[in-house]
Design a protein around this ligand. Sequence first.
Ligand code: ATP
Length: 241
Amino acid sequence: MLTIENIEVTYHHTLQALRGLSLEVPDGRIVTLLGTNGAGKTTTLKAASNLLGLENGQIGDGRIVFDGKSTAGIAPDILVRRGMVHIREGRHIFTEMSVHDNLVAASYALKGSGRKADYDKVYAFFPRLKERRDQIAGYLSGGEQQMLAFGRAMIAQPRLILMDEPSLGLAPKIVEEIFATIRRLNSEDGASILLVEQNAAIAFSVADYGYIMESGQIVLEGPVEKLKDDPDIRSFYLGVG
Ligand code: ATP
């Protein structure tokens, strides 16, 4: 579904954020990308969805292939139309607009594709959003705003969702609910997921495969069942052992 091969990324032509990073998200899988602050996780997602240009970031060497085609030079909105949706850190919903209007705004991603926005499907998936359909999105709780961000992604009918720290700032009970939703997006809606997280324990509870990055490079990878037993992962990321 997504292959990132050996990419180098710099910001402002000087600061090197990624150094020959490679990773793969196979069709139908949930893959997690973990790492310390500043390791380059968000940069990796932005490289995949071609959002680096907005921040004076450039991909140098390497290539990114989504659904069999190179993403080089493809505008972010075209990638959305092709089925790649990036849910950025901080959720990026329209806080002044109603829940429903947020979903309507997301439907522009389908313009020209011949596909129609399926609001009923989103509301069936998120009954809480249905109850709050006419409420101003800024007044939703943090967990509900994250669900709205997922709902907006679902409207675009993605085959690949890039998620940047969906647990950030949420209470543990809400995090569990959000992660149950991530599982459903994968199992019921069929979306492949690349999940960036700080919370390794919760990321491992949904992911099949994990990559650990440091200073712009992958330093360890493997099936989650194996990573869970790695002594370094246990002490640095899971706080046990
Ligand atoms: P965090 O977990 O703190 O969000 P991260 O692993 O997502 O960190 P990135 O945000 O990708 O890390 O940052 C990687 C490196 O690139 C850092 O050194 C950061 O300071 C730098 N960087 C990120 N965005 C920019 C930008 N827009 N301009 C310049 N440097 C940037």
